[in-house]
Design a protein around this ligand. Structure first.
Ligand code: TXA
Ligand code: MG
Length: 316
């Protein structure tokens, strides 16, 4: 494949045409950049796995223009209806029984499909212009940090995809909440911007974490090592700065406390602000050629659940 085109928002019709022709276009969502392909075109979907180096058993999220389009790829139910009415468009992914139109490549051959209506205006405009649902994992090489800018996408995927639609930095900065609605009790498969308590207000109690393994992996994206920089990353006690001084080598620090220094990234002390800047800060630290990255421990509590989850996987 030739060099990847960087498209401006004005060039959205080109992005839509590439997608309709079976190509790959990365695009911004409110969470992270996704790597999109026509979800109903099996050959196009296979290209996503090649570009990312993603294991084919790890299923993809299908992005839809609205609930009506979701109902054409997934078997809709009353709970999904209620959640979508409240949280869509937005960073909530629902796992539901699939419909026959969805290729096996999207679902990893399983009986369910993940769907979400993204809230980012460019993502919504692209879905409308393409006229097809878009399968889109995060637009990074498999296992690496998720991209929150077009530059992050190009650093990982230049020459491997047709285009990236540049909409500037994403706002939420952390991947969507994934909720499995395919069994009797809803299950949180991945914490994200929508908090479990806000889901429970509409669904009643939900289970946390992957189902006890029965043969196949319930949500392969829950693979332990994930979302990781190349530089080894360690989680420190709340007093991360002291750790840095004692470690030796060229050590970087990611913290929400007061700190200054050459390789220090300071993030806001609130969970939304932290999540919004976390991946960009890790990308920057990862490019400094450090011996390791130390991350100061973040607070307990469910508002910090998604941040803690990603940091734990990055450190694994
Ligand atoms: O915010 C997001 O969700 C971003 C943007 C681009 O939408 N996408 C994203 O996709 O993070 P990806 O592929 O990096 O993560 C999708 C997650 C993985 O953990 C995957 O295993 C899980 O959703 N998943 C997808 N389909 C599933 C299914 N049918 N059953 C269970 N888990 C599923
Ligand atoms: Mg991902």
């Amino acid at each position: 494949m030739t060099a990847t085109r960087r498209l401006s928002p004005d060039e959205l019709p080109d992005a839509a045409a590439i997608l309709r022709g079976g190509g790959l276009v990365a695009f911004p969502t409110e969470t992270v950049y996704g790597l999109g392909a026509d979800a109903l075109n099996e050959a196009a979907v296979r290209r996503i796995f090649e570009a990312k180096g993603r294991p084919t058993f790890n299923p993809l999220i299908v992005h839809v223009a609205d609930a009506a389009q979701a109902d054409r790829v997934a078997v809709w139910n009353e709970r999904a209806e209620r959640l979508a009415a409240r949280f869509w468009p937005g960073p909530l992914t629902l796992v539901l029984p699939r419909r026959a139109a969805v290729p096996d490549a999207v679902t990893g051959g399983g009986p369910t499909v993940a769907v979400r209506q993204p809230g980012h205006p460019l993502a919504r405009a692209l879905l409308a212009a393409a006229g097809v649902p878009l399968a889109a994992p995060s637009a990074n090489r498999s296992g690496r940090l998720s991209p929150t800018t077009a530059d992050h996408v190009l650093a990982d995927l230049d020459g491997r995809i047709d285009a990236v639609l540049d909409g500037g930095p994403t706002t939420a900065g952390i991947e969507s909440t994934v909720l499995d609605l395919s069994s009797v009790t809803p299950r949180l498969l991945r914490p994200g911007p929508i908090l479990p308590a806000d889901l429970e207000a509409l669904t009643g109690p939900i289970e946390r974490g992957p189902a006890p393994a029965v043969g196949a992996m319930p949500s392969p994206g829950m693979l332990e090592r994930h979302y990781a920089p190349r530089t080894p990353l360690v989680l420190a006690s709340a007093d991360g700065a002291a750790r840095v001084a004692s470690l030796g080598g060229r050590v970087g620090l990611l913290t929400h406390h007061d700190a200054e220094g050459e390789a220090v990234e300071r993030l806001p002390a609130d969970p939304r602000g932290y999540a919004a800047g976390m991946y960009a800060a890790l990308h920057r630290l990862d490019h400094l050629g450090l011996t390791r990255i130390v991350v100061a421990a973040v607070p307990d509590g469910e508002e910090w659940l998604a941040v803690r989850d990603r940091l734990r996987r990055a450190a694994f």
